[in-house]
Design a protein around this ligand. Structure first.
Ligand code: UDP
Ligand code: MN
Length: 288
């Protein structure tokens, strides 16, 4: 009773809290964190996090994992699947109860574009072979990220996507950086689009995520056959899919901010922030 009463206060009027297809748009102050965690904990779901650390990106693992252990779905069962070409540089991390790390070996790559697109290929293969039997929910995440605040069960749904911090205030969909060349499988025509979503954090039910990861892989393979690469690699394919298969929950940019950008007043809590990095130093082909 008390909870239901308190629930009346979990509302925001300064931001949209529902999409135009009527699913929640999640912001701090729109949910009761303890209540929503309790509800989901009753089902005790197993959550898989797929994160790639290829080449020099293993340096980001320690902070990613340490901060995840402080803030990501605390008291839930979580397995981090670390895809790497460099197992010996995977740090030893102290994990909470019910939490695990599984290391998956993948080949190195010469171009960063091949690493980010390769994520779709290797995730498709390993989800099919292993992960789909081991978890109920799956998140795909960038490793150059640090958790700063709670990232809890309010993020869970059949398919949850995060608004890209650079475009969420933009109401002109024609300025979203969708793929605009009709030759690419990721093409979105002018006049269409709901939001621009980031590919650095996305999640959902295992089977829905598997379908989407495989879609991004297959569409990018088709593009490669046609000698074209979508402007923002897998993010472009993700955005096309989500235009025609709407997410069942949209997460505000609280769920992926960046240390490059100031935090505006509608972002009350930064849950994950991407690190400032020296692209020329960390990427195999010097960031080009
Ligand atoms: N990545 C990697 N090695 C690389 C390039 C990328 O492991 O050489 C992975 C890593 O998980 C990274 C993600 O791909 O977080 C996306 O690349 P990046 O973070 O460089 O892209 P950005 O967020 O800067 O657009
Ligand atoms: Mn990143």
């Amino acid at each position: 009773m008390v909870r239901l009463f308190l629930g009346c206060f979990f509302r925001r009027t300064d931001v949209n809290t529902v999409t135009n297809w009527n699913v929640p748009l999640v912001w701090e102050g729109t949910f009761d964190p303890a209540l929503i965690d309790d509800m989901y904990k009753k089902m005790d779901p197993r959550v898989a996090v797929v994160v790639f650390a290829v080449g020099k990106y293993t340096r980001f693992l320690k902070n990613f994992l340490d901060s995840g252990e402080k803030h990501f779905l605390i008291d839930f069962r979580v397995t981090y699947y670390i895809f790497t070409d460099n197992e010996k540089d995977v740090p030893k991390i102290e994990l909470g109860k019910g939490r695990n790390i599984t290391i998956i070996t993948v080949p190195s790559a010469m171009r960063w574009q091949d690493v980010v697109l390769g994520r779709m290929k290797w995730a498709t293969i390993i989800i099919d072979k292993q992960i789909r039997d081991e978890a109920d929910y799956l998140f795909m995440m960038d490793v150059d990220s640090v958790f700063h605040n709670r990232f809890g069960a309010e993020s869970l749904s059949q398919l949850s996507a995060v608004l890209h911090r650079g475009y969420y205030k933009n109401t002109d969909r024609d300025r979203f950086p969708y793929e605009r060349r009709p030759e690419s499988k990721a093409y979105i025509p002018a006049g269409e689009g709901d939001y621009y979503y980031t590919a650095a954090v996305w999640g959902g039910y295992m089977e829905d995520m598997y379908r989407l990861v495989r879609y991004c892989y297959e569409q990018s393979e088709e593009d490669a056959k046609n000698k074209i690469e979508a402007v923002w690699q897998e993010e472009s394919h993700l955005n096309r899919y989500l235009l025609y298969n709407k997410p069942t929950k949209v997460l505000s940019p609280e769920y992926l901010w960046s240390d490059y950008d100031q935090v505006p007043s509608d972002i009350k809590v930064v849950r994950i922030s991407q690190l400032v990095k020296n692209y020329a130093e960390v990427r195999p082909n010097g960031g080009n």
